[in-house]
Design a protein around this ligand. Structure first.
Ligand SMILES: [Zn+2]
Length: 193
């Protein structure tokens, strides 16, 4: 799981963040701005909000958008989790690094935003439902380890968030960062079985 896309699996499949969700969230923000603008106008003219038709119409519009955003996100997460569980006997994911990641506020916002935590809980109960196995593992070194030879990138060779692709200095294997990490996550999961 990362912030550039929603997730990458060990087969190399990349699932993007839902774009429609961003769009509707933009609409919601716009509706909220319009609503507070109307509220200010009503106050300035010393009328009551309950009697201001334009304000009330906008209030309803905004209230209708809220559950729409939540529903679209939930649908997306259901779609992804069902496909993963139905098509695989074993699904392994990394535990969310909440403590470290949440220290960065912008990152924390994005994490709650894309709903990884909800996805993990959906994967867990759907695995039970369909008789599959779902595990989470400690993400330590899953990005920094070469899934081909086990070499670990350390010190100044450590990969940063900007390194999308890299070549292992030990065995020369070319890696797409997240796909390599996904392979390591799967291997860690298999090792615990
Ligand atoms: Zn290697």
């Amino acid at each position: 799981m990362n912030l550039d896309n929603f997730l990458t699996d060990s087969n190399g499949q990349v699932i993007d963040n839902p774009r429609y969700y961003r769009t509707i969230r933009g609409k919601l923000a716009k509706a909220q701005r319009k609503l507070s603008r109307r509220a200010r106008r009503v106050k300035r003219s010393q009328r009551r909000l309950s009697e201001a038709k334009n304000y009330q119409r906008q209030r309803l519009l905004e209230a209708r958008l809220q559950p729409k955003v939540a529903n679209q996100r939930k649908n997306f997460l259901h779609h992804v989790s069902t496909a993963l569980i139905k098509n695989h006997d074993l699904v392994v994911a990394e535990e969310l690094r909440s403590k470290n990641m949440l220290r960065n506020h912008a990152l924390a916002m994005s994490i709650s935003d894309v709903g990884w935590r909800t996805l993990l809980s959906m994967l867990a109960y759907k695995a039970d439902l369909y008789g599959r196995k779902f595990l989470t593992i400690n993400p330590r070194n899953t990005t920094q380890t070469c899934s081909h030879c086990g070499h670990i990138m350390t010190g100044k060779n450590k990969l940063t968030l900007a390194d999308r692709e890299w070549t292992c200095p030990s065995c020369g294997t070319f890696h797409v960062r997240d796909q390599n990490a996904a392979r390591n996550i799967l291997a860690k999961g298999l090792a615990t079985l």
